[in-house]
Design a protein around this ligand. Sequence first.
Ligand code: GAP
Length: 444
Amino acid sequence: MAIEEPIVTMDKLVALCKRRGFVFGSSELYGGMSGFWDYGPLGVELKQNIKRAWWRANVHMRDDVVGLESAIIMPSAVWAASGHLQNFNDPLVECQSCKRRFRADDPEDASSCPQCGGTLSEARQFNTMFHTQVGPIADEGSVAYLRPETAQGTFVNFKNVLQSSPHKIPFGIAQVGKSFRNEITTGNFIFRSREFEQMELEFFVKPGTDDEWFDYWRTERMRWWTEDMGIHPENIRLRDHKMSELSHYSKQTSDFEYRYPFGVRELEGVADRTDFDLKAHMARSGSDLSYYDDETQERFVPYVIEPAVGVDRTVLVVLLDAYDEEQTGPKPSDRRIVLRLKPQLAPFKAAVFPLVANKPDIAERARAIYSTLKPEMTLAWDSIGNVGKRYRRQDEVGTPWCVTVDYQTLEDDTVTVRDRDSMTQERHPVDSLRELFRERLTTR
Ligand code: GAP
């Protein structure tokens, strides 16, 4: 039986991202820099929609989670306490012929040099934190690090948050922000980069209830992936870490894994970090980070359940999962690329077209409709080429609906609304559009 080629490949997705302004290589003008990416006009919209959906599900819709934004650069003491200075290492090997360096445990890397076939050195540990110097005097005390995870900023603020407003455990602190890792090997587009964004929740629970909350968060995160992000359930799975894989702080971890074109790899981690971090910061800083439960009159150091995911990796998965190609007629040119994004995630919710751009009364009416809808949602305006070409352009960037203003609009004030997925067209009165889209955006 012939094996069906997957529709989406990394090459196709990277080309689409560049062509339509989702993602560009960073500093391309100067030859680029490996592991850094820039988000174009549509990419930044998609990214913001993803972050908003995460924040909504994990903060706004809950009574037991609050938000935080901590600094990116933090002093050595934080990273010494958290164990990152000692443990945040990847095994590095060097080719003895071409001198290229690789990550020894990367499944893509072979035992001999993947570039020239040369012999690889013994693995040595390489700390992947970026360091910098703060202030004008370079001494030991001025060394600081760009955070490799947002989590430590949350742990060092645990007491501040607790003191600033009453919170009863179990409760969580959510953070979205940049993290940095000097990865030995980058690659697979935005899958693994050196500068990336994370969405992390530190959920503080009473010791002994951590198994229950660990299960709760694994279930809730699966719901978010399949319902809020619209990921096909057959492309995502949960896998428990083996003991040998656990991070230095973890009692148990499960990864959400996605079926990427380059193989099944990690998307998100849910870890039971126990009281490791709070206790480590208590020991190093001398501050008491324990919690007093008024009801049971017990004092304890909370355990932490942490669902942690990269924004960029989510962008990649959302795009891969939404990418489709479809034959719409008998000719080879009757083929369309369509991003079947959830409407809430689409960069543009709708596009408005004047059927013919050179008819002033149609163009004016279309502009007026565009201006009325603009405060409601992100909108595209397109008057270039024929309507068929405009549909193709909007399909490629995932715009769920296209509104065409034509001769009939001038007579009865109705427009056609064309659906991205079914390609069906329906006529709707202009004054019903706002309500129509509002309703569709809350229910789909
Ligand atoms: N606070 C826990 C933590 O940072 P992690 O598994 O190292 O755990 C969490 O990272 C998530 O952050 C990963 O599942 C992945 O989605 C994302 N991530 C980690 N390193 C990344 C990188 N170099 N580039 C892009 N995303 C990355």
